[in-house]
Design a protein around this ligand. Structure first.
Ligand code: PXP
Length: 255
């Protein structure tokens, strides 16, 4: 057995807020979901304060920060407004994500290589405040190298294209995307970056990606909130945790 670092589960509560906002009231409460997810085994909570506030609102971020017992991962665009809110909130981590078309690559991640001059000072300001910064990027060597160059300590690999191909049964494309993720995770680790992954993961894809020992955190939201409708959020988180643990056991057993 080779030593493999533990794999953390960050539960994204955005879509609890999506449901709440559909009626405009206070329920369901994303903070209650966050506490329940933590009680069921989540290692942290992720929430994305979008510029259009379509799900999470400013007060949700403040309440999450004040009341949860595990690290808060604040997903946001690299704008002046969001940097100010992040600095005021003081989350454990910030994950910079693209929100506008011009900020993203064709694969859907942040175009770090194309925007490094704009992103480097944002990474530096957040890091100076003691916030761990990650960049949400496709597993492209060009983007990984740019992330390392501008001093981001962490990347989160965008798993959306892989998960979409798996779900649609496009096997060839899914395997090509998997290879890209596998090689990207290894390249990023070799460049000294901490590697996370997320977007579109379900029980099966989370179990498979958990076998990559370079990846130390998965951030999962939409699937868990959907499962919660049928089995409850606590049960969905426990089943996800078990799937990740099975995958991780394979990483440890790999030659
Ligand atoms: N990680 C990042 C950076 C994201 O932007 C998202 C989606 O908000 C997720 C993880 C979670 O994706 P999903 O809701 O599809 O599980």
């Amino acid at each position: 057995m080779k030593p493999v670092p533990p794999l953390r589960l960050g539960v994204n509560v955005d879509h609890v807020a999506t449901l709440r906002n559909a009626r405009g009231g206070a329920l369901p409460d994303p903070l209650r979901a966050a506490k329940l997810a933590i009680a069921a085994g989540a290692d942290g909570i992720t929430a994305h304060l979008r510029e259009d506030r379509r799900h999470i609102r400013d007060e949700d971020m403040a309440r999450l920060k004040a009341e949860i017992s595990k690290p808060l991962n604040f997903e946001m665009a690299a704008t002046e407004e969001m940097v100010a809110i992040a600095l005021k909130t003081g989350p454990h981590a910030v994950c910079l994500v693209p929100e506008r078309r011009e900020e993203r690559t064709t694969e859907g991640g942040l175009d770090v290589a194309g925007q490094q001059d704009a992103l480097a000072p944002v990474v530096a300001r957040l890091a100076e405040a003691g916030i761990r910064v990650s960049l949400f990027i496709a597993a492209e060597p060009r983007q990984i190298e740019a992330a390392a160059r501008i001093g981001a300590p962490v990347i989160e690999i965008h798993t959306g294209a892989w998960c979409d191909a798996v779900a649609a049964g496009r096997t060839g494309e899914a395997e090509a995307e998997w290879e890209r993720i596998r090689l990207g995770a290894a390249l990023a680790r070799a460049a000294g970056l901490e590697v996370h992954a997320g977007h579109g993961l379900d029980y099966a894809t989370a179990e498979r990606i958990a076998a990559l020992g370079e990846i130390v955190e998965l951030n999962i939201g939409h699937f868990l909130v959907g499962e919660a409708v049928f089995v409850g959020l606590g049960q969905a988180v426990r089943t996800m945790r078990a799937a990740m643990d099975r995958g991780r056991a394979r990483a440890a057993a790999a030659p």
